[in-house]
Design a protein around this ligand. Structure first.
Ligand SMILES: NC(=O)c1ccc[n+]([C@@H]2O[C@H](COP(=O)([O-])OP(=O)(O)OC[C@H]3O[C@@H](n4cnc5c(N)ncnc54)[C@H](OP(=O)(O)O)[C@@H]3O)[C@@H](O)[C@H]2O)c1
Length: 252
């Protein structure tokens, strides 16, 4: 199971070679190594393989057209894996968060504890995914297969993300409303903004919800509605989250 990635989306614009090494070449090597010992590979990819211009949620067969280097390297990684002899499942997911790692949701909760207006982009729409829900769904898929070669007939790309869609602004608003430690909030107001493209900042798809019908029909799994996932992520004391202890920083 490969959840590693060069996922510093903006840095990848100037570090395309490193992104390609981790997100593509390493994936190809992993696939060949797995195939040589009869091992299946489960890999994660992203809604950033799409340009967001289609105007409806993306299905697996829709044309991929990444807007940035990160998306290009992830798309190339999918291709490397599927060109290999490995029995491979590729799960494209989106807007993954958990309070255990740096994520959009944990960043918003931290920002809500600072003075002043809190600006959040309102022109990016996607499908937020609670990391634990994603992990649970993949575990269910794997628990159903008796041995690695049983994955052969399931080989391919699947979209697997939280059900429904929202803007970054909607997600931030919901996270702030559901925060169990609201008394710690210091921000003055939540302000919707537009994505501003600056030098060194990668373009992102503005509308990239994932249609997860195939995963439901073929693999028998679907993820809960994003509100439900967010509620559990914020309410679950098992995460031991407290803003005073910032989540561990990730790479992206
Ligand atoms: N987060 C999202 O919104 C999102 C959306 C769509 C798809 N995905 C995909 O989901 C997967 C997991 O991403 P994530 O968001 O969970 O990221 P993450 O928390 O940053 O995890 C990525 C992991 O990759 C490891 N890694 C990076 N470069 C490495 C290298 N050169 N050698 C060894 N390990 C390396 C990191 O190690 P360290 O712990 O040492 O940093 C980290 O554990 C990725 O395939 C990503 O493309 C994520």
């Amino acid at each position: 199971m490969n959840a590693t990635a060069y996922n510093a989306v903006d840095l990848a614009e100037s570090g395309a070679e490193a992104a390609m090494a981790v997100n593509c070449r390493a994936v190809g090597d992993l696939a060949e190594a797995a195939a040589s010992v009869g091992c299946a590979v489960v890999h994660f990819s992203t809604d950033f393989v799409f340009d967001g211009l289609q105007g409806r949620p993306y299905v697996e067969s829709d044309r991929a057209h990444p807007l940035n280097r990160y998306g290009e390297s992830k798309l190339a990684g999918e291709a490397a894996l599927l060109a290999s002899r490995a029995d491979a499942l590729v799960f494209r997911t989106s807007w993954v968060y958990s309070l255990r790692r740096k994520s959009f949701v944990s960043a918003i909760l931290a920002a809500a504890r600072r003075e002043g207006p809190l600006q959040v982009v309102a022109d990016q729409t996607g499908s937020p995914t609670f990391a634990r829900d994603l992990a649970a769904a993949v575990a269910i898929v794997l628990a159903r297969v008796s041995e690695p070669h049983a994955l052969r007939s399931l080989r391919g790309v699947y979209h697997l993300a939280g059900s429904g869609q929202c803007s970054r602004f909607d997600l931030a608003k919901a996270a702030i409303a559901m925060d169990p430690h609201k008394h710690e909030h210091r921000f003055s107001e939540l302000v919707p903004t537009q994505t501003v493209l600056r030098d060194g900042v990668a373009a992102r798809p503005t509308f990239s919800p994932l249609d997860c019908t195939k995963a439901m029909q073929v693999l028998g799994v679907s993820l809960p509605d994003w509100h439900d996932g967010l509620k559990r992520a914020l309410g679950d004391t098992a995460t031991h989250y407290h803003p005073a202890t910032p989540p561990r920083a990730g790479r992206g």
